[in-house]
Design a protein around this ligand. Structure first.
Ligand code: FES
Length: 238
């Protein structure tokens, strides 16, 4: 398997053919914004925040979905990219009810961090103010549809790591929403093991632990690294 040599933001880097631009950038300490990507589960390329410019390609490329190639020249930060990223984040804020001041994840939310990184101090689009459900039927956790950005991290971690596949997405377009089992209350789900992995990978306050007040919730994705690496190396198989 031959190593690919290429360039990201003027820095000479190398990667394996199965790696993505995002993987190599991450390993090289180059920051690319993201929401749907989370290491340890498959990529879906749905948020489009990781779009980068690749010289010679007219269209922007999703860094989390584009495999590295020999000699490619990648740019992760430009006026054009910042403009698109800002619009995506504004669309997310306008689509649901992200009221940070009363959110358990205030101060540790990935969407909020992106807004701050992109200098978003107002939203130019009309807020939709949809009426959305909050499901607190689970004994330990809650699901607030108002704060969901449909990154599907919960769907993937539940399916690929926990193996329960409690979560899925129902509806289409702006009516898309995450559901547990066959759109039943989370607390009545027969497949949910109560492991809380979905809560930990959720980038916003959409999935939260009960008992947390405003700005109290902090998430830890560290477990993914151990579980996924141990599985690959068969470390827990006796
Ligand atoms: Fe690449 Fe979302 S992180 S499309």
């Amino acid at each position: 398997m031959s190593v690919r040599s290429f360039e990201i933001d003027g820095k000479a880097v190398t990667g394996l053919p199965e790696q993505t631009i995002f993987d190599v950038a991450w390993e090289s300490g180059i920051h690319i914004p993201r929401l749907c990507h989370v290491g340890g589960v498959s990529n879906v390329g749905s948020c489009r925040l990781c779009m980068v410019e690749v010289e010679g390609r007219r269209k922007l490329q999703a860094a989390c979905m584009t495999k590295v190639e020999e000699g490619m020249v990648v740019h992760t930060d430009s006026e054009r990219l910042r403009k698109y990223r800002r619009l995506i984040v504004e669309l997310l804020f306008a689509e649901r009810n992200h009221v940070c001041a009363v959110c358990v994840m205030n101060g540790a939310c990935e969407l909020q961090d992106l807004a701050s990184e992109l200098g978003i101090d107002h939203v130019r689009l009309r807020y939709q103010f949809p009426v959305l459900k909050v499901d607190t039927s689970h004994e330990r956790f809650g699901m607030d549809q108002n704060r969901c950005v449909l990154c599907m991290r919960c769907v993937r971690v539940c399916d690929e790591v926990e193996g329960a596949h409690t979560w899925d997405v129902a509806g289409r377009g702006s009516k898309s929403h995450v559901v547990s089992d066959l759109d039943e209350p989370w607390g009545e789900s027969e497949s949910c093991t109560g492991c809380g992995k979905c809560v930990q990978v959720c980038p916003t306050g959409a999935l939260f632990a009960k008992g947390k007040s405003v700005a109290e919730m902090r998430k830890d994705r560290g477990f993914l690294k151990y579980i996924v690496t141990a599985r690959e190396k068969h470390q827990w198989v006796r």
